[in-house]
Design a protein around this ligand. Structure first.
Ligand code: SF4
Length: 329
């Protein structure tokens, strides 16, 4: 079926149609914290990428509509192979995924046979399948702390998260040179101006930020961690150095507090809005639920290998794996 033009959707009540199709398809709608507010507000679950995939796997839904980016929808498919997983726009990628093509990653691994690959979840299913242990920004510290000090490590694809861990644990790792274009765009000069304007106001930053931003942060953590920090904040104002759409959840949870997005290069650009996440719209979500396209499909061998490295993370994060089991997969 040809998708109707945007024009022909005029007059369609997108919210009620999405809700009708959700019931008809027995679908669960997931929204990442970096999605537009209208998508966050209609979702069944809002959260970070792994948390969303785990929540969806626990439901009896036949369809997962993942409003996020492709590697996140792939993670949902890895955990729920029997469910149909749709992504409103298949072009919703990620600069970290783009920076780490599986062929180059495999060649790098092969060149360092004595290293294990500790890989950030922001990568393709193929790269997950080539890795030993996946980490999230929430679980990375717990997992790194369990790896013996004499074990050599490749960390990819985010060199800023890897560098942050390396500095915090005083541990050398071979860092893959990828960056998140959104967190890379925060400006230290503009952040210092903002801090001068709001003296004493804390800064919460995601570890995908470069070190010159992390150095000014009072709290460094994952999206869920930053949200929790905002909830427990005793003051009434917070500067937030991550993708600004997360502020929607902060304002819903803490309406009496003020949240200020950290600035980009000219102090007023939209460069900290993730352009990939922004590709998902209400129109595309409606069409995806109606046509069950675009769908995420994975080669079963890759899915199983990727699941093995994800399972290792889940076991290590919950303390159910022995240190003797931590070798190269
Ligand atoms: S915010 Fe950065 S890491 Fe997240 S999807 Fe966008 S480009 Fe990728």
């Amino acid at each position: 079926m040809n998708a109707p033009s945007r024009e022909s959707l005029k007059g369609v009540d997108l919210l009620s149609e999405i809700n009708r199709l959700k019931k008809e398809r027995n679908a669960v709608i997931l929204a990442h914290y970096y999605q537009k507010p209208e998508i966050q507000d209609l979702a069944d679950f809002v959260g970070d990428s792994l948390e969303l995939s785990k929540r969806a796997a626990e439901t009896d839904a036949d369809v997962i509509a993942f409003c996020g980016v492709k590697f996140m929808a792939e993670t949902a498919k890895i955990l729920s192979p029997q469910k149909t997983v749709i992504l409103p726009d298949l072009a919703a990628g990620c600069s970290l995924e783009d920076a780490c093509p599986p062929g180059k990653f495999k060649a790098f691994r092969d060149a360092h046979p004595d290293h294990i690959a500790l890989t950030y979840i922001n990568c393709s299913a193929e790269v997950k399948a080539l890795s030993d242990i996946i980490v999230t920004s929430s679980s990375a510290e717990t997992i790194l702390a369990q790896i013996p000090l004499d074990q050599k490590i490749i960390f990819g694809p985010d060199r800023h998260l890897g560098g942050y861990l390396s500095r915090k644990f005083n541990r050398d790792m071979l860092l893959w040179p990828g960056v998140c274009i959104v967190h890379e765009a925060f400006s230290e000069t503009e952040l210092l101006k903002l801090k001068a304007q709001y003296p004493g106001v804390p800064v919460a930053a995601h570890p995908e930020c470069p070190p010159h931003i992390i150095d000014h942060a009072d709290y460094v953590g994952s999206t869920s961690g930053i949200l929790q920090f905002a909830r427990t904040l005793t003051g009434d104002t917070l500067i937030v150095a991550t993708e600004p759409h997360i502020i929607h959840q902060m304002e819903k949870s803490e309406p009496s507090k003020k949240f200020i997005g950290a600035p980009g290069a000219d102090g007023n650009c939209a460069c900290n809005i993730c352009p990939y996440m922004a590709l998902n719209t209400m129109e595309k979500l409606y069409l995806a639920l109606r046509d069950l396209q675009p769908q995420i499909t994975l080669d079963e061998e890759i899915r199983l290998a990727a699941k093995r490295s994800l399972d290792r993370m889940l076991e290590m994060a919950s303390g159910t794996i022995g240190k003797g089991d931590l070798g190269r997969a």
